[in-house]
Write a protein that binds this ligand. Structure first.
Ligand code: CP
Ligand code: NVA
Length: 301
């Protein structure tokens, strides 16, 4: 059976650690101009039911750098978009391509697809999780500050797909996670409970940020929640990452955001564009960490 990456928990802890080191190594190889045609003549199918800039470009570029090819599939012009069953699409695509990446709404759709796929399936974001982003975030922390184990990360804002992946990352990489979310926007209870006491939830962003090594946030309304934007602006108004919140964290705390960002909403412009922000390295690392992921999954086929 193929090895899938539907959540971070699909990796063994040592695999996850090794993946980060490999991502750093692949980045260095690329900088030095070392060719690595690891997926020569191999194909990655990329199914996108939601928009993307970073995920699409990083996976497509990863395949080119590996000597392979990526196929972009949108529901507008595939039979999946016209209702062909997920099971059938998975069986057909996985007889032709070597790896499959999916960005969609329901996590269950991804799980069903993986169940019927002969080749590795990668979660490129669902309503529940965004594990690829966490590989890049952890890589970025490690590059700037060394080991993330036993460090404290503060998640400020929505208990959304990114927050859920942060909870899983805290388990996998051994850091503490303080979550500050307004009432009604808590992360999933089961995901929280499974993490135990390494994850704490509060209503007070300053309490979460206190002495943190890193502050991270995300948009207040995720893809598919556009009509809730106005309500969410009200609910989250006290959850902006700004200078007074950053001042609660350690002096050398990093700021991360998966992007796209809304300056003046979840983050103040002087923070995302300021000296503590590593969001551009974070975005670039999508490429390197996903190359490490493609290697790991393909090798374990
Ligand atoms: N962070 C992220 O996944 O960005 P895209 O939506 O542009 O892919
Ligand atoms: N939570 C955001 C992440 C975007 C990369 C969303 O799902 O829209």
């Amino acid at each position: 059976m193929a090895k899938h990456f539907l959540t971070l928990l699909d990796l063994e802890k040592n695999e996850a650690e090794a993946l980060i080191q490999r991502a750093i190594e692949l980045k260095k190889m690329l900088r030095e101009g070392t060719e690595h045609n690891f997926l020569k003549q191999k194909t990655l199918a990329m199914i996108f039911d939601k928009s993307s800039t970073r995920t699409r470009v990083s996976f497509e570029t990863a395949m080119v750098q590996f000597g392979g090819h990526a196929i972009f599939l949108s529901p507008r012009d595939t039979q999946l978009g016209r209702g062909e069953p997920i099971e059938d699409s998975a069986r057909v695509l996985s007889r032709m391509v070597d790896l499959i990446m999916i960005r969609t709404f329901e996590h269950e759709k991804l799980e069903k697809f993986a169940e019927y796929s002969q080749v590795p399936v990668i979660n490129a974001l669902t309503d529940m999780y965004h594990p690829c982003q966490l590989l890049a975030d952890v890589q970025t922390f490690v590059e700037h500050r060394g080991a993330i184990r036993d460090k404290t990360v503060a998640w400020i804002g929505d208990g959304n797909n990114m927050c859920h992946s942060y909870i899983n990352a805290a388990r996998q990489f051994g850091f503490k996670l303080n979550i500050a979310a307004p009432t009604g926007y808590d992360p999933d209870t089961d995901i929280m409970q499974a993490a135990g006491d390494i994850v704490k939830l509060t209503r007070d962003p300053k309490e979460a940020a206190d002495q943190a090594d890193m502050i991270v946030t995300d948009v207040w309304a995720s893809m598919g929640q556009e009509e809730e934007q106005k309500q969410r602006e009200k609910s989250f108004k006290d959850f902006q990452v700004n200078a007074s919140l950053m001042a609660c964290a350690k002096k050398d705390a990093l700021f991360m955001h998966c992007l796209p960002a809304h300056r003046g909403e979840e983050v103040a412009a002087d923070i995302i564009d300021g000296p503590q922000s590593v969001v551009w390295d974070e975005a670039e690392n999508r490429l390197h960490s996903q190359k490490a992921l493609l290697e790991l999954l393909y090798n374990s086929k």
